[in-house]
Write a protein that binds this ligand. Sequence first.
Ligand SMILES: Cc1cc2nc3c(=O)[nH]c(=O)nc-3n(C[C@H](O)[C@H](O)[C@H](O)COP(=O)(O)OP(=O)(O)OC[C@H]3O[C@@H](n4cnc5c(N)ncnc54)[C@H](O)[C@@H]3O)c2cc1C
Length: 221
Amino acid sequence: VSRTNGPSERTTVRRLSDRAVYDRAEIANILDEGLVCHVGLIESGFPRVIPMVYVRIDDRIIVHGSPASRLLRTLAEGAEVCVAVTLLDGLVLARSAFHHSMNYRSVVLFGTAEVLDTPEEKQSALRSLMERIAPGRWQEVRPPSEAELRQTLVVAIPIHEASAKVRTGPPKDDEADYALPVWAGELPLRMMASAARPDPRVMPGVMLPEYLERLRSMVPH
Ligand SMILES: Cc1cc2nc3c(=O)[nH]c(=O)nc-3n(C[C@H](O)[C@H](O)[C@H](O)COP(=O)(O)OP(=O)(O)OC[C@H]3O[C@@H](n4cnc5c(N)ncnc54)[C@H](O)[C@@H]3O)c2cc1C
């Protein structure tokens, strides 16, 4: 089994450690299903956690934004960062209040970011991000101009020091509580798309792209 460089001291899951996963492929699968990460760092002495869209490329995740963004500037300066991604799979309803839980797959990783410098590197990363969100769209849209690329800071965060934690299955009640006349079980949850709403200024005759139809019917995992 291929592993990340861990578990390291800080990626060792201590609470309910049987749910810990350090397998590189499983960590990658979770990252590939998520869209939004929470990026946490210390800035001017204070902790800050900010949501951002991301894409995994090989053993790095890519985030981007304005060079004016304080968070991105701090990242680009080489600050230590912690990134979390959570996929919520369901509610777990137990017979006791105490044993209620959630089914989830989540990743926490630590590292320092590297700035992608060249316009080619940036464009390629932004293309991967768009293709992750709407596969097929990059070839339709106007690509970023040189000025737009200059106005975009793109950074890569390595996935070397990472852990995943996964919970699946029914509640785990105390043995005595299984005799209680209380419904218990799982309520699976998933993210789904609704019908697309065209922008009122779409040119006449331009139809909903086929890749968006496919996204609508996409059932995660
Ligand atoms: C789903 C999602 C995806 C996003 N993807 C990106 C992305 O890819 N790139 C990107 O640059 N930005 C993204 N954003 C916006 C991002 O969260 C920040 O608002 C933005 O990056 C500005 O960061 P900053 O450090 O310059 O914020 P500043 O404006 O300097 O932040 C100042 C303060 O404003 C508050 N604040 C900032 N952002 C938020 C927020 N999102 N919600 C609530 N309070 C906030 C906080 O208190 C923060 O300390 C995304 C937001 C969401 C919800």
